[in-house]
Design a protein around this ligand. Structure first.
Ligand code: PLP
Length: 498
């Protein structure tokens, strides 16, 4: 009989303060010793009782760990003889370089993995989206009014859906999206955004960001030129870069993206990304003249246009702003919508309205890869829309967002007029404040952040420097009292630093 590896085994260190179960720590300790050949194939382990005494743990804990190792094939129990390292460990097996690699170890950096050429090239241009908000506070952008969401209605519909037919709730869903939801969106978008489309043109995605990924992946070749507003939406920019686009940043004026600038820089563009109803981040609305110019440019270049219509359901002043898609007579516009603002972002549900010419490829792609959008949530949204709650919610939220925007505008006028010029907006959940004096926007933003006020500098959204400096100011997630106290904090900070 071969000797036991008891000495090595007793070196296993047990951390009683760790969140890991003790039996898991024993399991991992023995596994690492076997994998690093501290215990060889055929070697006998000490009896569980001895091991328990040496490690100062209960025998049940040791037995638990040994059983896991047996079920993973690393140990064998031979009746009457004891527990042995499995003979399989003798055979050719991967050489384990380091059993103790941890997330974030320097060791990981010494052996960088080889990624695809495309991603290697794209990575330096990607901007981490770690600022995406969870907690409502002034003046984060992107969060709707979580405090005003009709949770009781949602709960009722949610549990009604869970009590439905099990195969509907628990089986695989429809790859292009729940048909009921596609129909509900088609009628809603017709009434509210002036888009006439067939439900078959609608594809349900995991939020708008998933839609941008899919579209870029489907349409772009490496180094294709893509017009993008400057400044622009960061998530979309990441998707385009990751799919090989050469981004052509085009400045934005009071009428939206300056099409003539795009035509000078890259007349042969393949795709344009725009936010016509509420430019992200500058908040301007693209004029009808510019829309036509963009549609003509796309037609001439045989290019596609992504229209990101992320928050314009909430128009609270004047007439609703029409969509680009509603005046697209040449089937160029791929419309992307989201429920992140009209309901809430953790749903991770958005949709594409495909031009007729792209319905077949979209269908093929969605049918080939089951999307990750849970059927239950899709079904709850369908009921929410069909039973009229969605329209009511939007109407109610328009008034709330109007009140919040007016608080931001009026209080800024009162306390910050020397420093900030608030860009008027008619819709959405955010606007921008331009700095009136030449100051360091990044420094100011950091100082404000330290005082609990989030005002992201415009340069964060820019691919090339723009003339103006300023901040994005989200008002959707916070009430007028919160807005007031943060404006006072801003006034103090400006008076100190500017
Ligand atoms: C410009 C823009 N488009 C779309 C979205 C919505 O993305 P998603 O639907 O993935 O939450 C956001 C989120 O803040 C955004 O800023």
């Amino acid at each position: 009989m071969k000797h036991s590896g008891g000495a090595l085994l007793s070196s296993i260190s047990i951390n009683r303060a760790s969140k890991k179960k003790i039996s898991t720590q024993v399991f991992m300790g023995i596994r690492d010793i076997i994998l690093s050949e501290g215990l060889k194939a055929g070697e006998r382990l000490p009896a569980s009782r001895t091991l328990a005494i040496e490690l100062r743990v209960s025998r049940t804990t040791v037995i638990d760990a040994l059983e896991r190792l047996i079920s993973e094939g690393l140990l064998e129990a031979r009746s009457g003889a004891g527990t042995f390292v499995s003979d399989v460990m003798q055979e050719d097996r991967p050489f384990l370089q380091n059993t103790h690699l941890q997330l974030g170890d320097d060791n990981n950096k010494e052996h960088p993995v080889k990624l695809s050429n495309g991603i290697e090239k794209a990575l330096p241009g990607l901007i981490a989206r770690d600022h995406l908000p969870k907690e409502p506070h002034c003046f984060i952008t992107g969060l709707p009014a979580l405090d005003e969401f009709p949770m009781s209605q949602w709960l009722r519909l949610s549990s009604k859906n869970l009590r439905g037919e099990r195969s509907n709730i628990m089986g695989y869903g429809q790859p292009c999206g729940l048909q009921r939801l596609r129909s509900a969106i088609a009628s809603h978008i017709n009434a509210s955004r002036g888009i006439l489309c067939d439900p078959q043109q609608i594809f349900i995605t995991g939020g708008a960001q998933h839609a941008f990924q899919l579209i870029s992946n489907m349409l772009l070749n490496s180094n294709d030129k893509v017009w993008i507003e400057n400044p622009s939406a960061i998530g979309a920019r990441n998707s385009l870069i990751a799919n090989g686009a050469t981004l052509i940043p085009i400045n934005v004026d009071k009428d939206g993206i300056i099409v003539s600038e795009g035509l000078k820089q890259a007349p042969n563009f393949k795709l344009a990304f725009v936010t016509p109803s509420h430019q992200q981040p500058l908040s301007v609305v693209m004029s009808l003249k510019r829309r036509f110019a963009l549609l003509v440019a796309a037609e001439d270049a045989d290019a596609w246009i992504i229209e990101d219509d992320y928050d314009s359901e909430f128009h609270f002043e004047g007439q609703p702003v029409p969509t680009l898609k509603s005046v697209d007579t040449n089937d160029r516009v791929i419309y992307v919508g989201t429920f992140s603002k009209s309901l809430f972002p953790s749903l991770r549900i958005g949709f594409i309205i495909s031009p007729l010419g792209l319905v077949d490829p979209f269908e093929q792609i969605f049918n080939s890869f089951q999307s990750g959008v849970p059927t239950h949530s899709q079904s709850v949204i369908s009921d929410f829309m069909d039973e009229g709650y969605f329209a009511t919610h939007i109407r109610r939220m328009r008034n709330i967002y109007a009140e919040r925007y007016h608080a931001l505008r009026d209080l800024s006028e009162l306390y910050l007029s020397e420093h900030l010029d608030i860009q008027p907006t008619q819709s959405g959940l955010h606007t921008v404040g331009f700095l009136k004096k030449d100051t360091n926007e990044v420094g100011l933003s950091l100082a404000l952040n330290k005082k609990g006020v989030s005002a992201l500098p415009l340069s964060r959204y820019c691919l090339k420097k723009i003339e103006k400096q300023g901040f994005t100011l989200g008002f959707g997630a916070v009430n007028p009292d919160q807005i007031k106290s943060s404006i006072l904090v801003m006034a103090d900070t400006f008076n100190e630093l500017v």
